[in-house]
Design a protein. Structure first.
Length: 104
């Protein structure tokens, strides 16, 4: 299993708009692709910049290649559309992680 983690650094002036975008656009498109399960949307509690808030969106995928393909196509288009709307008031980076099962 692959965890697709995208961290966003969002200027406070677009905070509400960004949260709405993740909930109503980004996550629904990701889940409708059929490639992901167990979406997680979190606010990062460590403050890096007093003018911004950081968030992480995590999606579990069966395959790294499918997650990468979605990230480079559909997700890239979604982030480009948001960027056209809000300019440079958000930054993002993506990390792929292998999920390692832990026995209880």
């Amino acid at each position: 299993m692959t965890l697709l983690n995208t961290t966003f650094h969002v200027h406070k002036s677009i905070d509400a708009l960004f949260i709405k975008w993740v909930k109503e656009i980004y996550l629904p498109v990701a889940m409708d692709s059929g490639l992901f399960k167990n979406p997680l949307f979190t606010r990062i509690m460590t403050e890096v910049d007093p003018e911004a808030t950081s968030y992480a969106v995590q999606l579990q995928a069966v395959s790294h290649s499918e997650a990468d393909e979605w990230h480079n196509t559909a997700a890239a288009k979604l982030k480009e559309a948001l960027s056209r709307e809000v300019g440079e008031r958000f930054l993002h980076f993506t990390t792929y992680m292998e999920i390692i099962k832990v026995e209880n």
